[in-house]
Design a protein around this ligand. Structure first.
Ligand code: GDP
Ligand code: MG
Length: 438
Protein backbone atom coordinates (compact mmCIF):
# COMPACT_ATOMS: atom_id res chain seq x y z
CA UNK A 1 0.00 0.00 0.00
CA UNK A 2 0.87 3.61 -0.38
CA UNK A 3 2.09 4.28 3.11
CA UNK A 4 4.39 1.24 3.17
CA UNK A 5 5.72 2.25 -0.18
CA UNK A 6 6.40 5.82 0.82
CA UNK A 7 7.86 4.61 4.08
CA UNK A 8 10.66 2.81 2.31
CA UNK A 9 11.26 5.74 -0.03
CA UNK A 10 11.63 8.08 2.87
CA UNK A 11 13.75 5.73 4.84
CA UNK A 12 16.20 5.93 1.98
CA UNK A 13 15.94 9.70 1.87
CA UNK A 14 16.46 9.92 5.59
CA UNK A 15 19.88 8.36 5.18
CA UNK A 16 21.16 11.21 3.05
CA UNK A 17 22.98 14.04 4.68
CA UNK A 18 22.21 16.49 1.95
CA UNK A 19 19.48 16.57 -0.60
CA UNK A 20 20.68 16.61 -4.16
CA UNK A 21 18.57 17.01 -7.25
CA UNK A 22 19.33 13.37 -7.96
CA UNK A 23 18.03 11.88 -4.77
CA UNK A 24 14.99 14.13 -4.76
CA UNK A 25 14.35 12.93 -8.31
CA UNK A 26 14.70 9.34 -7.09
CA UNK A 27 12.43 9.76 -4.16
CA UNK A 28 9.78 11.58 -6.12
CA UNK A 29 9.76 8.95 -8.83
CA UNK A 30 8.84 6.48 -6.10
CA UNK A 31 6.21 8.80 -4.72
CA UNK A 32 4.72 9.17 -8.17
CA UNK A 33 4.62 5.41 -8.72
CA UNK A 34 3.10 4.92 -5.31
CA UNK A 35 0.43 7.48 -6.09
CA UNK A 36 -0.43 5.84 -9.38
CA UNK A 37 -0.52 2.46 -7.72
CA UNK A 38 -2.91 3.87 -5.15
CA UNK A 39 -5.07 4.77 -8.14
CA UNK A 40 -4.62 8.49 -7.84
CA UNK A 41 -5.68 10.38 -10.94
CA UNK A 42 -2.73 10.67 -13.34
CA UNK A 43 -2.88 14.44 -13.77
CA UNK A 44 -3.33 15.03 -10.09
CA UNK A 45 -0.27 12.90 -9.33
CA UNK A 46 1.78 14.76 -11.90
CA UNK A 47 0.79 18.15 -10.53
CA UNK A 48 1.44 17.35 -6.94
CA UNK A 49 4.81 15.85 -7.76
CA UNK A 50 5.90 18.95 -9.61
CA UNK A 51 4.75 21.16 -6.74
CA UNK A 52 6.66 19.03 -4.27
CA UNK A 53 9.75 19.08 -6.42
CA UNK A 54 9.72 22.83 -6.86
CA UNK A 55 9.48 23.33 -3.12
CA UNK A 56 12.02 20.64 -2.25
CA UNK A 57 14.63 21.99 -4.62
CA UNK A 58 14.19 25.61 -3.86
CA UNK A 59 13.77 28.00 -1.04
CA UNK A 60 12.67 26.43 2.15
CA UNK A 61 15.75 25.35 4.01
CA UNK A 62 15.06 24.48 7.60
CA UNK A 63 17.67 24.03 10.28
CA UNK A 64 15.70 21.73 12.50
CA UNK A 65 15.03 19.01 9.95
CA UNK A 66 17.19 16.65 7.98
CA UNK A 67 16.81 16.94 4.20
CA UNK A 68 14.79 13.73 4.10
CA UNK A 69 12.45 14.91 6.84
CA UNK A 70 12.10 18.13 4.97
CA UNK A 71 10.86 16.33 1.88
CA UNK A 72 8.44 14.30 3.95
CA UNK A 73 7.15 17.50 5.47
CA UNK A 74 6.67 19.04 2.05
CA UNK A 75 4.95 15.93 0.71
CA UNK A 76 2.69 15.92 3.73
CA UNK A 77 1.78 19.57 3.23
CA UNK A 78 1.17 19.19 -0.48
CA UNK A 79 -0.99 16.10 0.04
CA UNK A 80 -2.97 18.05 2.62
CA UNK A 81 -3.44 20.94 0.22
CA UNK A 82 -4.44 18.59 -2.56
CA UNK A 83 -7.21 17.17 -0.40
CA UNK A 84 -8.58 20.60 0.48
CA UNK A 85 -6.40 21.77 3.40
CA UNK A 86 -9.02 21.89 6.13
CA UNK A 87 -12.12 19.97 7.12
CA UNK A 88 -15.24 21.32 5.45
CA UNK A 89 -18.22 21.20 7.76
CA UNK A 90 -21.81 20.65 6.75
CA UNK A 91 -23.87 23.68 5.85
CA UNK A 92 -27.21 24.28 7.49
CA UNK A 93 -30.07 26.53 6.44
CA UNK A 94 -30.24 29.76 8.38
CA UNK A 95 -34.01 29.51 8.66
CA UNK A 96 -36.35 26.56 8.64
CA UNK A 97 -35.38 22.92 8.43
CA UNK A 98 -32.17 21.97 6.65
CA UNK A 99 -32.39 19.45 3.84
CA UNK A 100 -29.41 17.24 3.12
CA UNK A 101 -29.79 15.27 -0.07
CA UNK A 102 -27.79 12.08 -0.56
CA UNK A 103 -27.22 10.98 -4.13
CA UNK A 104 -25.12 8.28 -5.76
CA UNK A 105 -25.11 4.97 -7.54
CA UNK A 106 -26.85 1.92 -6.15
CA UNK A 107 -24.78 0.16 -3.52
CA UNK A 108 -22.53 3.15 -2.92
CA UNK A 109 -23.77 3.42 0.66
CA UNK A 110 -26.42 6.16 0.60
CA UNK A 111 -28.87 4.51 2.94
CA UNK A 112 -26.16 3.45 5.36
CA UNK A 113 -24.71 6.97 5.25
CA UNK A 114 -28.14 8.48 5.93
CA UNK A 115 -28.23 6.45 9.16
CA UNK A 116 -24.65 7.42 10.02
CA UNK A 117 -25.36 11.09 9.44
CA UNK A 118 -28.47 10.86 11.62
CA UNK A 119 -26.27 9.50 14.39
CA UNK A 120 -23.62 12.17 13.79
CA UNK A 121 -26.12 15.03 13.70
CA UNK A 122 -27.91 13.88 16.79
CA UNK A 123 -24.61 13.74 18.64
CA UNK A 124 -24.14 17.35 17.59
CA UNK A 125 -27.44 18.44 19.04
CA UNK A 126 -29.58 18.36 15.93
CA UNK A 127 -32.85 16.54 15.36
CA UNK A 128 -32.59 14.43 12.21
CA UNK A 129 -35.48 13.12 10.13
CA UNK A 130 -34.95 10.32 7.65
CA UNK A 131 -36.72 10.55 4.32
CA UNK A 132 -36.71 7.55 1.96
CA UNK A 133 -37.23 8.66 -1.62
CA UNK A 134 -36.30 5.51 -3.51
CA UNK A 135 -39.88 4.70 -4.54
CA UNK A 136 -38.82 2.14 -7.13
CA UNK A 137 -37.76 -0.46 -4.64
CA UNK A 138 -40.05 -1.08 -1.66
CA UNK A 139 -37.10 -2.80 0.00
CA UNK A 140 -35.23 0.50 -0.04
CA UNK A 141 -37.96 2.24 1.96
CA UNK A 142 -38.02 -0.70 4.37
CA UNK A 143 -34.26 -0.59 4.82
CA UNK A 144 -34.25 3.04 5.93
CA UNK A 145 -37.40 2.62 8.03
CA UNK A 146 -35.81 -0.28 9.91
CA UNK A 147 -32.61 1.67 10.38
CA UNK A 148 -34.57 4.60 11.81
CA UNK A 149 -36.42 2.32 14.19
CA UNK A 150 -33.17 0.79 15.42
CA UNK A 151 -31.68 4.20 16.05
CA UNK A 152 -34.85 5.76 17.33
CA UNK A 153 -34.78 8.41 14.62
CA UNK A 154 -38.13 9.26 13.00
CA UNK A 155 -38.63 8.22 9.37
CA UNK A 156 -41.13 9.68 6.93
CA UNK A 157 -43.71 7.08 5.86
CA UNK A 158 -43.05 7.14 2.12
CA UNK A 159 -45.07 4.86 -0.15
CA UNK A 160 -44.15 3.62 -3.61
CA UNK A 161 -47.07 5.46 -5.25
CA UNK A 162 -45.79 8.89 -4.25
CA UNK A 163 -43.63 11.13 -6.43
CA UNK A 164 -40.16 11.77 -4.94
CA UNK A 165 -40.51 15.55 -4.87
CA UNK A 166 -43.94 15.28 -3.28
CA UNK A 167 -42.45 13.02 -0.58
CA UNK A 168 -39.80 15.63 0.20
CA UNK A 169 -42.33 18.42 0.43
CA UNK A 170 -44.62 16.49 2.72
CA UNK A 171 -41.67 15.30 4.77
CA UNK A 172 -40.70 18.90 5.38
CA UNK A 173 -44.10 19.60 6.94
CA UNK A 174 -44.02 16.37 8.93
CA UNK A 175 -40.53 17.23 10.22
CA UNK A 176 -41.79 20.57 11.47
CA UNK A 177 -44.64 18.90 13.33
CA UNK A 178 -42.18 16.49 14.96
CA UNK A 179 -39.73 19.23 15.88
CA UNK A 180 -37.02 17.83 13.58
CA UNK A 181 -34.57 20.32 12.07
CA UNK A 182 -32.55 18.28 9.55
CA UNK A 183 -33.98 16.15 6.75
CA UNK A 184 -31.76 13.40 5.41
CA UNK A 185 -33.06 12.56 1.98
CA UNK A 186 -32.08 9.10 0.76
CA UNK A 187 -32.58 9.17 -2.99
CA UNK A 188 -32.84 6.33 -5.49
CA UNK A 189 -29.72 4.96 -7.09
CA UNK A 190 -29.04 3.15 -10.31
CA UNK A 191 -26.36 0.69 -11.23
CA UNK A 192 -25.06 3.11 -13.85
CA UNK A 193 -25.40 6.78 -14.50
CA UNK A 194 -28.57 7.49 -16.41
CA UNK A 195 -30.47 10.47 -17.64
CA UNK A 196 -33.84 9.67 -16.09
CA UNK A 197 -32.29 9.42 -12.65
CA UNK A 198 -30.39 12.68 -13.08
CA UNK A 199 -33.57 14.45 -14.19
CA UNK A 200 -35.41 13.17 -11.13
CA UNK A 201 -32.61 14.28 -8.81
CA UNK A 202 -32.50 17.69 -10.48
CA UNK A 203 -36.22 18.08 -9.93
CA UNK A 204 -35.91 17.21 -6.25
CA UNK A 205 -32.99 19.57 -5.82
CA UNK A 206 -34.74 22.48 -7.49
CA UNK A 207 -37.93 21.76 -5.56
CA UNK A 208 -36.50 21.63 -2.05
CA UNK A 209 -33.30 23.65 -2.34
CA UNK A 210 -31.14 21.54 0.00
CA UNK A 211 -28.32 23.08 2.05
CA UNK A 212 -26.17 20.10 1.06
CA UNK A 213 -26.20 17.82 -1.94
CA UNK A 214 -23.78 15.08 -0.97
CA UNK A 215 -22.59 12.51 -3.43
CA UNK A 216 -21.95 9.16 -1.80
CA UNK A 217 -19.32 7.12 -3.62
CA UNK A 218 -17.63 3.81 -2.98
CA UNK A 219 -13.91 4.33 -2.32
CA UNK A 220 -13.14 0.78 -3.40
CA UNK A 221 -13.92 1.74 -6.98
CA UNK A 222 -10.97 4.14 -7.02
CA UNK A 223 -10.88 6.42 -10.04
CA UNK A 224 -14.39 5.32 -11.03
CA UNK A 225 -15.62 7.00 -7.89
CA UNK A 226 -13.86 10.18 -8.97
CA UNK A 227 -15.33 10.02 -12.48
CA UNK A 228 -18.82 9.40 -11.15
CA UNK A 229 -18.35 12.33 -8.79
CA UNK A 230 -17.52 14.54 -11.76
CA UNK A 231 -20.60 13.43 -13.68
CA UNK A 232 -22.96 14.00 -10.79
CA UNK A 233 -21.36 17.36 -10.09
CA UNK A 234 -21.94 18.54 -13.66
CA UNK A 235 -25.66 17.90 -13.40
CA UNK A 236 -26.40 18.57 -9.76
CA UNK A 237 -23.74 20.99 -8.53
CA UNK A 238 -22.70 18.74 -5.67
CA UNK A 239 -21.73 20.49 -2.42
CA UNK A 240 -19.48 17.73 -1.12
CA UNK A 241 -18.64 14.06 -1.09
CA UNK A 242 -18.83 11.12 1.21
CA UNK A 243 -16.46 8.26 0.40
CA UNK A 244 -17.65 4.98 1.87
CA UNK A 245 -15.86 1.70 2.50
CA UNK A 246 -12.60 3.36 3.41
CA UNK A 247 -12.23 0.51 5.88
CA UNK A 248 -11.89 -1.98 3.04
CA UNK A 249 -8.80 -2.30 0.93
CA UNK A 250 -9.47 0.92 -0.89
CA UNK A 251 -6.14 2.13 -2.17
CA UNK A 252 -6.74 5.68 -1.09
CA UNK A 253 -6.60 7.14 -4.58
CA UNK A 254 -10.17 8.43 -4.56
CA UNK A 255 -9.70 10.32 -1.30
CA UNK A 256 -6.48 11.79 -2.60
CA UNK A 257 -7.78 13.00 -5.93
CA UNK A 258 -11.48 13.76 -5.63
CA UNK A 259 -11.01 17.36 -4.48
CA UNK A 260 -8.31 18.12 -7.01
CA UNK A 261 -10.37 16.72 -9.89
CA UNK A 262 -13.79 18.18 -9.03
CA UNK A 263 -12.94 21.20 -6.91
CA UNK A 264 -15.51 20.03 -4.35
CA UNK A 265 -14.60 18.90 -0.83
CA UNK A 266 -14.69 15.42 0.63
CA UNK A 267 -16.63 15.96 3.84
CA UNK A 268 -16.94 12.52 5.40
CA UNK A 269 -15.54 9.05 5.07
CA UNK A 270 -17.37 5.83 5.90
CA UNK A 271 -15.22 3.32 7.73
CA UNK A 272 -17.57 0.44 8.45
CA UNK A 273 -21.13 -0.79 8.34
CA UNK A 274 -22.23 0.40 11.77
CA UNK A 275 -24.01 3.72 12.21
CA UNK A 276 -21.07 5.01 14.22
CA UNK A 277 -18.58 4.30 11.43
CA UNK A 278 -18.49 7.78 9.92
CA UNK A 279 -15.61 10.23 10.30
CA UNK A 280 -15.42 13.88 9.37
CA UNK A 281 -12.72 14.06 6.75
CA UNK A 282 -9.58 15.94 7.77
CA UNK A 283 -7.09 16.41 4.91
CA UNK A 284 -4.11 16.87 7.24
CA UNK A 285 -4.86 13.72 9.16
CA UNK A 286 -5.42 11.73 6.01
CA UNK A 287 -2.13 12.94 4.58
CA UNK A 288 -0.34 11.83 7.73
CA UNK A 289 -2.11 8.50 7.62
CA UNK A 290 -1.14 7.93 4.01
CA UNK A 291 2.43 8.81 4.81
CA UNK A 292 2.41 6.32 7.63
CA UNK A 293 2.87 8.94 10.28
CA UNK A 294 -0.24 7.68 11.94
CA UNK A 295 -3.47 9.45 12.51
CA UNK A 296 -2.65 10.60 15.97
CA UNK A 297 -5.37 13.21 16.13
CA UNK A 298 -8.23 10.91 15.16
CA UNK A 299 -6.89 8.40 17.60
CA UNK A 300 -6.81 10.88 20.43
CA UNK A 301 -10.32 12.05 19.66
CA UNK A 302 -11.63 8.53 19.77
CA UNK A 303 -9.71 7.65 22.85
CA UNK A 304 -10.93 10.72 24.67
CA UNK A 305 -14.49 9.96 23.67
CA UNK A 306 -14.38 6.54 25.22
CA UNK A 307 -11.92 6.67 28.05
CA UNK A 308 -12.36 8.58 31.21
CA UNK A 309 -9.42 10.93 31.53
CA UNK A 310 -8.75 10.45 35.20
CA UNK A 311 -8.82 6.72 34.83
CA UNK A 312 -6.49 6.96 31.87
CA UNK A 313 -3.98 8.90 33.92
CA UNK A 314 -4.09 6.30 36.64
CA UNK A 315 -3.44 3.70 34.03
CA UNK A 316 -0.51 5.52 32.64
CA UNK A 317 1.00 5.60 36.09
CA UNK A 318 0.49 1.87 36.37
CA UNK A 319 2.22 1.40 33.10
CA UNK A 320 5.19 3.39 34.17
CA UNK A 321 5.47 1.43 37.37
CA UNK A 322 4.81 -1.83 35.58
CA UNK A 323 1.66 -2.42 37.58
CA UNK A 324 -0.67 -2.84 34.67
CA UNK A 325 -2.39 -6.09 35.56
CA UNK A 326 -4.62 -8.45 33.67
CA UNK A 327 -7.54 -6.92 35.54
CA UNK A 328 -6.64 -3.53 34.11
CA UNK A 329 -6.30 -5.16 30.73
CA UNK A 330 -9.83 -6.52 31.01
CA UNK A 331 -11.25 -3.15 32.05
CA UNK A 332 -9.54 -1.45 29.18
CA UNK A 333 -10.86 -4.00 26.73
CA UNK A 334 -14.33 -3.20 27.94
CA UNK A 335 -13.83 0.47 27.21
CA UNK A 336 -12.18 -0.07 23.90
CA UNK A 337 -15.03 -2.25 22.81
CA UNK A 338 -17.12 0.88 22.53
CA UNK A 339 -14.71 2.38 20.07
CA UNK A 340 -14.73 -0.16 17.30
CA UNK A 341 -12.07 -2.74 16.84
CA UNK A 342 -8.86 -2.37 18.74
CA UNK A 343 -6.95 -3.17 15.65
CA UNK A 344 -8.43 -0.25 13.71
CA UNK A 345 -7.57 2.02 16.54
CA UNK A 346 -4.00 0.89 16.89
CA UNK A 347 -3.58 1.00 13.14
CA UNK A 348 -3.91 4.78 13.39
CA UNK A 349 -0.94 5.09 15.67
CA UNK A 350 2.53 5.93 14.43
CA UNK A 351 5.09 3.23 14.78
CA UNK A 352 2.70 0.33 15.13
CA UNK A 353 3.86 -2.44 12.92
CA UNK A 354 1.45 -4.65 11.08
CA UNK A 355 2.80 -7.85 12.52
CA UNK A 356 2.06 -6.71 16.02
CA UNK A 357 -1.48 -5.97 14.94
CA UNK A 358 -1.92 -9.46 13.59
CA UNK A 359 -1.20 -10.86 17.04
CA UNK A 360 -3.63 -8.44 18.52
CA UNK A 361 -6.62 -9.45 16.53
CA UNK A 362 -9.31 -9.29 19.17
CA UNK A 363 -12.94 -8.97 18.19
CA UNK A 364 -16.14 -8.79 20.17
CA UNK A 365 -16.66 -12.51 20.24
CA UNK A 366 -13.19 -13.13 21.49
CA UNK A 367 -13.68 -10.57 24.16
CA UNK A 368 -16.24 -12.72 25.92
CA UNK A 369 -13.65 -15.47 25.97
CA UNK A 370 -11.01 -13.14 27.33
CA UNK A 371 -13.32 -12.05 30.07
CA UNK A 372 -14.01 -15.68 31.03
CA UNK A 373 -10.33 -16.52 31.05
CA UNK A 374 -9.35 -13.59 33.23
CA UNK A 375 -12.24 -14.32 35.57
CA UNK A 376 -10.87 -17.82 36.05
CA UNK A 377 -7.53 -16.54 37.24
CA UNK A 378 -6.65 -15.99 40.89
CA UNK A 379 -5.99 -12.40 41.98
CA UNK A 380 -2.32 -13.24 42.24
CA UNK A 381 -2.22 -14.50 38.67
CA UNK A 382 -3.95 -11.39 37.43
CA UNK A 383 -1.40 -9.22 39.15
CA UNK A 384 1.63 -11.26 38.10
CA UNK A 385 1.07 -12.88 34.76
CA UNK A 386 4.58 -14.36 34.75
CA UNK A 387 3.61 -17.00 37.28
CA UNK A 388 1.06 -18.49 34.87
CA UNK A 389 2.89 -21.63 33.73
CA UNK A 390 1.60 -24.85 32.18
CA UNK A 391 -0.37 -26.29 35.08
CA UNK A 392 -2.03 -22.98 35.91
CA UNK A 393 -2.88 -22.52 32.25
CA UNK A 394 -4.57 -25.91 32.20
CA UNK A 395 -6.62 -25.05 35.28
CA UNK A 396 -7.62 -21.64 33.90
CA UNK A 397 -8.63 -23.13 30.57
CA UNK A 398 -10.78 -25.74 32.29
CA UNK A 399 -12.37 -23.17 34.56
CA UNK A 400 -13.25 -20.83 31.74
CA UNK A 401 -14.35 -23.46 29.26
CA UNK A 402 -11.57 -22.50 26.86
CA UNK A 403 -8.33 -24.11 25.74
CA UNK A 404 -4.72 -23.66 26.81
CA UNK A 405 -4.20 -22.20 23.38
CA UNK A 406 -6.80 -19.51 24.14
CA UNK A 407 -5.07 -18.72 27.40
CA UNK A 408 -1.75 -18.42 25.61
CA UNK A 409 -3.26 -16.14 23.02
CA UNK A 410 -4.67 -13.85 25.66
CA UNK A 411 -1.36 -13.67 27.51
CA UNK A 412 0.33 -12.83 24.26
CA UNK A 413 -2.10 -9.96 23.53
CA UNK A 414 -1.58 -8.67 27.00
CA UNK A 415 2.21 -8.67 26.76
CA UNK A 416 2.04 -7.19 23.26
CA UNK A 417 0.03 -4.24 24.46
CA UNK A 418 2.47 -3.77 27.33
CA UNK A 419 5.27 -3.74 24.82
CA UNK A 420 3.54 -1.22 22.58
CA UNK A 421 2.73 1.02 25.46
CA UNK A 422 6.35 1.04 26.56
CA UNK A 423 7.41 1.88 23.05
CA UNK A 424 5.09 4.87 22.90
CA UNK A 425 6.27 6.11 26.23
CA UNK A 426 9.85 5.83 25.19
CA UNK A 427 9.06 7.58 21.92
CA UNK A 428 8.17 10.63 23.93
CA UNK A 429 4.67 10.91 22.53
CA UNK A 430 3.72 13.22 25.32
CA UNK A 431 0.39 14.26 23.91
CA UNK A 432 -0.76 10.69 23.70
CA UNK A 433 0.20 9.86 27.21
CA UNK A 434 -2.59 9.50 29.63
CA UNK A 435 -5.07 9.13 26.84
CA UNK A 436 -4.22 5.69 25.65
CA UNK A 437 -6.83 3.08 26.31
CA UNK A 438 -4.08 0.65 27.29
P1 GDP B 1 -27.18 2.37 -1.27
O1 GDP B 1 -27.71 1.46 -2.33
O2 GDP B 1 -26.37 3.47 -1.87
O3 GDP B 1 -28.25 2.88 -0.35
O4 GDP B 1 -26.16 1.51 -0.40
P2 GDP B 1 -26.34 0.88 1.05
O5 GDP B 1 -26.35 1.97 2.08
O6 GDP B 1 -27.51 -0.05 1.07
O7 GDP B 1 -24.96 0.11 1.21
C1 GDP B 1 -24.57 -0.94 0.36
C2 GDP B 1 -23.67 -1.89 1.14
O8 GDP B 1 -22.46 -1.25 1.48
C3 GDP B 1 -24.28 -2.36 2.44
O9 GDP B 1 -24.00 -3.72 2.60
C4 GDP B 1 -23.57 -1.53 3.49
O10 GDP B 1 -23.50 -2.21 4.72
C5 GDP B 1 -22.21 -1.38 2.86
N1 GDP B 1 -21.52 -0.16 3.33
C6 GDP B 1 -21.92 1.13 3.25
N2 GDP B 1 -20.99 1.97 3.75
C7 GDP B 1 -19.97 1.20 4.16
C8 GDP B 1 -18.68 1.49 4.77
O11 GDP B 1 -18.29 2.63 5.02
N3 GDP B 1 -17.89 0.41 5.03
C9 GDP B 1 -18.30 -0.88 4.76
N4 GDP B 1 -17.45 -1.85 5.05
N5 GDP B 1 -19.47 -1.16 4.19
C10 GDP B 1 -20.30 -0.15 3.89
MG1 MG C 1 -30.29 2.66 -0.54
Amino acid sequence: NLSDRLDSVFKKLKGHGTLTENNIEDGLKQVRLALLEADVNYKVAKNVISDIKARALGQEVMQSLTPGQQVIKIVNEEFTKMMGSTHQELNFSATGATAIMLVGLQGSGKTTTAGKLAHFLRKNGRKPYLVPVDVYRPAAIDQLTKLGKQMDVPVFASTTDMKPLKICQEAKLAARDLGCDTLLIDTAGRLHLDDALMAELEAIKTGINPAETLLVADAMTGQDAVNIAGEFDKRLDISGFVLTKMDGDARGGAALSIKAVTGKPLKFIGVGEKTTALEPFHPDRMASRILGMGDTLSFIEKAVEAVDRKEAQDLEKKFRKNQFTLDDFKNQMQQVRNMGSIKDLLGMLPGVNKKMLKDLNINDKEFTKIEAIINSMTPEERAKHAIIKASRKKRIALGSGTSVQDVNKLLKSYTQSMKMMKKFNKGGMKNLRGMLPF
